[in-house]
Write a protein that binds this ligand. Structure first.
Ligand code: F6R
Length: 608
């Protein structure tokens, strides 16, 4: 969602901040702004719309001179997108400017207190309240003023602050929203994620809740809200700058689709030892044997990974698995105790609902395992155990490579738990491991066949309504195929368990409607094909997705076909997701959509 970046150094700050904000565009935003200190005053420029509008308004940053500043991209939650509501917000006297991610929950009480003491407000925002509060406490030390204010502010927020009277310093504060500081050669930074600064430095420190960072050109100091100085570890991040550009492709999403074989390979390699899924460093064998149930908790595509994982884990390891949307888990009074493993899946590691669900699971006594892509993220830090997916930075809003790496991790978990509990035959285990080993090569082969999918996308990009159907893992995968298509192409689609169509939904099927039947799971392929024939009989046009060996069989019940190589059942969704991602991509391309930044969506959803 919103993005923060701050810089203090020897170069002009505005161009560096604009560049940093561009790297945060992927998080989603609807307005942007800068506050730059020129040594005497803090000058603010901000506007609604894309960063190009801010560039134009600030003459590429030249209209706000100075080497110290803060910048922001805002994704509206409270208050519509407008120039006025854009950040930074300033205190009444113009001394303090702040940028803010998150929500200050008790802003109304603080505002009332400040109004009673004569302060006048320009906007309705909680951010202006924080700026005024810091200014109210300012008596010559920005650190002390921020510390006092931080003891009053409630909610989840990250703040970047600049003060006209201390023109060399920027201050960061965080509470339940991410903020890092970064050590550059020619200046120092803070940012809401590493992406904004990785061009300048890979050395960062992660702020914990209620910690304050005082950042100057020369050093970075950390304090508690009671002003005790603290030391923080410096960490080197392994993301490089090339992973934050498009690498010659037209869209990040396409680049990320093509990166999947490598990403999966990097993710699973550390956990495959001597041909075995080796997770004992993460989950103790005795613990696995004492398990009574697994919950998988996540949102969106990460949740869809969980739905496939449920089928796979239950099939191989015979442990009951519940998959629950994180936003529901928190409030559904889940039956969780110390014999329950709660697996939280998240690309960003910052999804508010998933983080809170994980905290709830911990509170109830479960062991929590996070499958996360972003190192040092909140979900990774607060989980008992972590497995990192090694997808690298994912910039397109619609997830692809993170999904595939998450899915691969869940297959390792299914195998490991099955082996620990003795529920899998040696031959089957060996066969899945063999196929897992060559999975990256298989994915490459599927991607090489993209022309066929592009052709089908061209035929169908004008549809406004369609269904994805399937059974078992094919249904679970349909959920992701449908989400991919709707989020980037704005076509309405629904994923339906094929057998459930007759119970109401088939009334929506009309002449020429496209129905995508995922029919890769051999055991149930005939059942799915019967359902495909039912919709065909009502005028639908059916596209089948199946395996090479089932091709001739599936062809009989469909109008056109996409095939993937044969594979063990647990691996089929890992293969079949690629054509679905490509189909969504090409359809959105032909419809002229903003593929990497679909309307209304944010990459990292840090509010409930
Ligand atoms: C869809 C998509 C979202 C995310 C969801 C969870 O393409 O990316 O549905 O999967 O917002 O985000 P994370 O995985 O960061 O917790």
């Amino acid at each position: 969602m919103c993005g923060i970046v701050g810089f203090t150094g020897k170069q002009q700050a505005a161009p560096i901040l604009l560049e940093g904000l561009e790297k945060l565009e992927y998080r989603g935003y609807d307005s942007a702004g800068l506050a730059i200190s020129d040594g005497e005053r803090v000058n603010v420029v901000k506007c609604m719309g894309r960063l190009a509008a801010l560039r134009e308004k600030s003459n590429n940053g030249k209209s706000v001179a100075g080497c110290v500043g803060i910048g922001h991209t805002r994704w509206a939650t409270h208050g519509r997108p407008s120039d006025e509501n854009s950040h930074p917000h300033v205190s009444e006297n113009g001394r303090i400017a702040i940028v803010h991610n998150g929500i200050i929950e008790n802003y109304a009480q603080i505002k009332e207190m400040l109004i009673n003491r004569g302060r006048v407000f320009k906007s309705e925002t909680d951010t202006e309240v924080a700026a005024q509060l810091i200014d109210y406490y300012y008596e010559g030390s920005i650190l002390e003023a921020v510390a006092k204010a931080s003891r009053e502010l409630e909610g989840s927020y990250a703040l970047g602050i600049i003060c006209a009277d201390e023109p060399e310093t920027i201050v960061g504060l965080k509470s339940h929203a991410p903020l890092i500081v970064a050590y550059g050669e020619e200046g120092n930074f803070f940012a809401s994620d590493v992406m904004a600064v990785v061009k300048y430095t890979k050395t960062v420190s992660y702020l914990e809740d209620d910690e304050i960072a005082v950042v100057t050109d020369k050093d970075i100091k950390f304090y508690t809200s009671f002003l005790d100085e603290i030391k923080k570890e410096k960490v080197t991040v392994d993301w490089d700058i090339s992973s934050t550009d498009k690498g010659g492709y037209e869209h990040y999403m396409f680049k990320e689709i093509m990166e999947q074989p490598e990403a999966v390979k990097r993710t699973i390699a550390p956990y495959i030892i001597d041909g075995r899924a080796e997770l004992s460093s993460v989950l103790d064998k005795a613990y696995i044997n004492s398990l009574s149930r697994i919950y998988i908790v996540a949102c969106g595509s990460s949740y869809h990974v969980g739905v496939i994982a449920k089928y796979n884990i239950e099939k191989l390891a015979r442990v009951p698995v519940e998959v629950v949307l994180a936003s529901e888990f928190r409030y559904c009074d889940p039956i969780v105790d110390k014999s329950t493993l709660v697996i939280c899946i998240s690309q960003s590691g910052e999804t508010a609902d998933t983080l809170e669900a994980q905290n709830e699971a911990k509170r109830l006594g479960a062991l929590t395992l996070a499958i996360v892509n972003v190192e040092g993220s909140s979900i990774a830090k607060s989980a008992d155990k972590v497995i990192y997916t090694k997808a690298g930075p994912e910039i397109a809003v619609a997830t692809t490579k993170a999904y595939s790496t998450q899915l691969a991790v869940t297959i390792l978990i299914a195998l490991y738990v099955a082996e620990c509990r003795g529920t899998i035959a040696a031959e089957e285990y060996a066969e899945i491991m063999r196929q897992l080993d060559v999975l990256p090569v298989t994915l490459e082969k599927i991607l090489a066949d993209k022309a066929n999918i592009q052709r089908l996308a061209y035929q169908h990009f004008n549809n406004e309504d369609l269904f994805f159907i399937g059974r078992n893992i094919d249904y679970a995968l349909s959920l992701e195929g449908s989400l991919k298509l709707k989020e980037i192409s704005y076509i309405h689609s629904e994923a339906y368990p094929a057998g459930e169509l007759k119970h109401g939904t088939i009334s929506l099927v009309v002449d020429n409607m496209l129905v995508i039947a995922v029919a890769s799971y051999g055991k149930l392929v005939d059942k799915t094909l019967s359902n495909a024939l039912e919709v065909k009989a009502r005028g639908a046009h059916v596209m089948g997705i199946t395996t090479d060996s089932l091709r001739s069989h599936v062809e009989k019940a469909t109008d056109e076909i996409i095939t993937i190589p044969d594979a063990h059942d647990v691996l089929l969704p890992s293969l079949a997701v690629l054509p679905l991602q490509l189909f969504a991509y090409y359809v959105a391309l032909y419809r002229g959509c903003d593929i990497d930044k679909p309307r209304n969506l944010a990459k990292s959803v840090t509010v409930e």
